[in-house]
Every structure is written in C-alpha cells, then in structure tokens.
Ligand binder design. Sequence first.
Ligand SMILES: Cc1cc2nc3c(=O)[nH]c(=O)nc-3n(C[C@H](O)[C@H](O)[C@H](O)COP(=O)(O)O)c2cc1C
Length: 435
Amino acid sequence: MSTTPGRKQIHLAAHFPGVNSTTVWADPRSGSQIDFSSFEHLARTAERGLFDFFFLAEGLRLREHNGRIHDLDVVGRPESITVLNALAAVTDRLGLAGTVNATFNEPYELARRLASLDHLSAGRAAWNVVTSSDAFTGENFRRGGFLDRADRYARAAEFLATARELWDSWTPEGRQRPFVHSGPQFGIEGEFTVPRSPQGHPVVIQAGDSAEGREFAASAADVVFTRHSTLEAGREFYADVKGRLARYGREPGDLKIMPGVTYVLGDTDGEAQERAGEIRRQQVSPQNAILALEQIWGRDLSGYDPDGPLPDIDPDPDSTLVQGRVRVADPVGVARRWRALSEAKGLSIRQTVVESTSRQSFVGSPGTVAAALEEFVATDAADGFILVPHLTPGGLDDFVDRVVPLLQERGVFRTEYSGTTLRSHLGLPEPVWKG
Ligand SMILES: Cc1cc2nc3c(=O)[nH]c(=O)nc-3n(C[C@H](O)[C@H](O)[C@H](O)COP(=O)(O)O)c2cc1C
C-alpha cells in the first residue's frame, strides 16, 4: 500500500442510500432502490475508489405514519445478505457489510449465512449487529415484543458469542468438531455445516448508541457505525468508546469508529453551499416538512400549511402515530426549540425543518472536503467514514472521482488494495481460533 508513514489512514465505506430522509427521490437521476443494477453501480464505484466496504442497512417492517405506509421514504428493499452474495460475484476486493437483527434471527442460521458469504466473497463479509426489539417489528415474526428492550444486548452478546463458537467449531486445518452452547438465550448443539471461512470470523459492526450498546461494541465489535458526525461530538464518542477497550484486553486499533456522513461537492465552496441548500429543500419537500413535524408532535398536522407558522399546540408525548422509527427522547423540548427558532428568525414550518433536521456533514470544494475528512481522522474524531450519498445509484461518483485522489495525494488513503480480505483493509487482527 503506498501511503505516507506516520499519517493516520482513513477508512471509507459506502452506504447504499434509500432508507431515510437523506435520499432525494425527486431528482431525475434518482434510480431504483431494488434493481440489481443500482447495487452494482454503487459497489463498483466504491471498489473503483478502493473503499473498505459497501454497507446495507435493514428495516424489517415498513414504517407507518398515521396508519399508512410511510411512502415518502423507501418502500421495500431486498434482504441484505442475498444482495451481498450477488455483489460478491461482480466485485473483487470490496468488503460487503449487511445489517441483520440479533433479536429476530437465530445464531445457527445466521452464522451459516454469514460464513457462506465469507466463502463466496473470499473473505469480504461483515455483519452489522442491530438489536431493535419493538413489538411493531416483531409482529412480522409472530412473536411481537417477545424480548424486553432491557434484554436486547444480553441476547445480542450471547448471539454473537454463539455465532463465534459455531465459526470456531471447524479448526483452521479443516477438521469439524461438534458444538454445544448452553446459555440463558440459546441452548443448541450439533455440527456446523460450513467450514471455517477465509476471515475466520466475518467482521462485526455495531450500531447502537446507548451505554449498553457502547459496552457491547467495546467488548466484541470490530467497527462502530455511529451518528456522532461533528468534530466535537465525534471526539467525545471516540474517546468514550476507545476508553472502554482496555477492560476487555483490547488495543485502541482493534475497534474502528466510523460515523455515517453526508457530503455535497462543488467547484468552489460557494457553489457547494448553494447546492447544499437546494438539496436540503429537495429533501424537505412541503409534504415531508409536515411529516417531520408530525414525527415530533405525534399528532395529525395535515391541516397545517407548510409555508405557515408552527402549531401552537404541544406534542403528544405518548403518541403511536409513527411506527417503526424511534421517536426523539424529548418531543416537548424539541417542539419548544423549534418554535423558538421559528419565532426568532421568522421561519415557516418547512424552513424550520430545513434548519433543524440533519444537514450535510461535509460541504465544499473537493479540496475543502478532503482537508476536513483528514482533520477528523487526524484528531481522533473518527477512524473513517460511512458515506451516505443522497442519490441512488450515482451519488458516490463525484466523491470517488474528485475527493479520493486528493486524499491519496495527502497520503492518508490507499492507492491500491494491499490485501484481499476486509479484515486486512481495516487493519484488524485475525481472530484467535478458540477450539
Ligand atoms: C448509525 C446507526 C445505524 C443503525 N442502522 C440500523 C439499521 O439499519 N437497521 C436497524 O434495524 N437498526 C439500526 N440501528 C439501530 C440500532 O442497532 C439499535 O437497535 C438501536 O439504536 C437501539 O439500540 P441503542 O439503544 O443502543 O441505541 C442503527 C443505529 C445507529 C446508531
């Protein structure tokens, strides 16, 4: 790998868009979120840019809003590991990461699918372990809310430990041995059908933000996908999570921290700012503005004018208007802040939502963006980034064409893949075989 010695290297991943309000569906260049050609385009672009991995989120139930499917967001997407297996055939080095829930799956079945992906891709599989346990999602599995929210990480930790026992039930030399697992969550025994895979264990990503989630990441994950994407919040999160590693006998480099970030490029910083404003207005259409407001208020606000003032009624704290999305912790406080902002600046509902909801993380010329990314990593606000383009499938093209070469010139990003497995791209140690 031709890099500059001593400079902390940046890791990059590509998030397939389409699962949140970041995606701009109204743009004429916006393509399908289910055609294989879309997945293929983004994955090939990420591999052309020498990215560490391609990333798929997961939603196990379509979101609902006021009793109807929330169809301004993505509606329908294929199962992650199936898509990744297909991508393994059209890529060569790129890591392939899928989000799969530890609450509604079983260790034997999932360990088998992940080990199979690791074989088919010659060592490029990763699993993002998520823990949603809400009854709304659980109804799709006929179990409703069978797991208390408080137990979600107990199950996830035992799930992952069990999967690792299964992966270790084959020796590195290819001998199979029976497994027995007996614990509060799972009691299983037998023989695992898939030989030890090229990475030994697929790479494990964690994406929960509670104290238990952070502890789980520190004890067992290889990568954290986080929302802390500003310099200050990033540094705080980074220090917190890395500070938990020593308790588990782990080194700071054993766990990579990668915030999800968005970006807007322009020929100049001014042009990029202008484009960023246009994109924000596309993301927050008049209809989306009312929906965003309803998500906070928990009330039907369809009678309000998006170009008019905010409602003067308070949010309903116990509302179930929105299903399948975690509600903000303090809706009354948020509503108060939004109202204060709108009154201070004379903003309409839509303008307030544009100002208040998540905005683009990196905006500027390619040079400005490359310098900012380097600063984040050099000052320990991150080890790299999961880039979330706002367009499917071409949203990563300009980043790969214009920013990656500048990161390479700065000596902070690889100019070729030095290894073949995702573990080697991430500089992660090989898992020790525990027979
Ligand atoms: C950055 C980020 C991305 C996430 N992506 C997904 C996802 O794709 N699918 C999913 O079911 N949950 C996702 N989650 C939810 C978490 O895995 C977890 O279930 C939730 O945050 C509750 O755990 P916590 O209380 O530790 O935050 C994500 C969470 C974060 C912070």
